[in-house]
Ligand binder design. Structure first.
Ligand code: ZN
Length: 203
């Protein structure tokens, strides 16, 4: 499986990193080795001094497809979860300056802690989901999927023009404002509509 991620999908987050709001989606992929499950600890890597959290809603795909039309995209997912797109911001900055790919900054081992999934049928609409990330008990990110620049169906439609989607793939939908640095000892808790989905620690 793979994780398809979209960058700069919330205007306020694009602004906080001084990036332009995109007119077309910016995609990158994390490999399956990036996945961290079961509230396992995340170990800060030795190659970065500025590792950031980015809380993101994801959908899990249950059907293989390519060139999926936006109107048919809802047939490809039925479960939702929350994950952290962990980013080595210092490495990403260097890559951006040099026009290099982002894999070292975004796709390293353990860079995608994910929650279990919930059936979307438990929610009214994938486009009206509230989510939060708490660190050491304080709210650091508060997101609403209705604020996304490209919605879930648009992301799947556009991404599947380039990347065939397969059963079990995850689509991360971008992070709202409030990203910041992770420190050893931090306690992260992620919530979807007030339901605690993840609870893990940074080592
Ligand atoms: Zn992200």
């Amino acid at each position: 499986m793979k994780i398809i991620c979209i960058g700069r999908n919330y205007a306020e987050h694009a602004k906080e990193l001084n990036n332009p709001v995109p007119s077309e989606p910016l995609f990158f992929i994390k490999p399956d080795s990036a996945i961290l499950r079961n509230n396992d600890d995340f170990y800060l890597p030795d190659f970065s001094n500025d590792v950031h959290y980015e809380a993101e809603i994801f959908v899990k795909l249950h059907k293989k497809g390519k060139n999926i039309l936006e109107k048919f995209a809802p047939n490809y997912y039925a479960e939702i979860g929350i994950g952290i797109d962990i980013t080595a911001r210092d490495i990403q900055q260097k890559c951006k300056e040099k026009g290099l790919p982002w894999e070292k900054a975004k796709g390293f081992d353990g860079s995608a802690p994910v929650s279990k999934t919930l059936p979307l049928s438990e929610f009214e609409d994938v486009n009206t989901i509230n989510f939060e990330l708490h660190i050491n008990g304080a709210v650091v990110q508060k997101g609403f999927t209705g604020d996304m620049i490209f919605n879930v169906n648009q992301i799947i439609a556009e991404a599947s023009r380039y990347f065939m989607v397969k059963i079990g793939d995850l689509v991360f939908t971008g992070t709202p404002a409030g990203v910041g640095k992770l420190n050893a000892g931090d306690h992260l808790e992620a919530f979807i509509e007030g339901r605690k989905m993840m609870d893990f620690r940074i080592k």
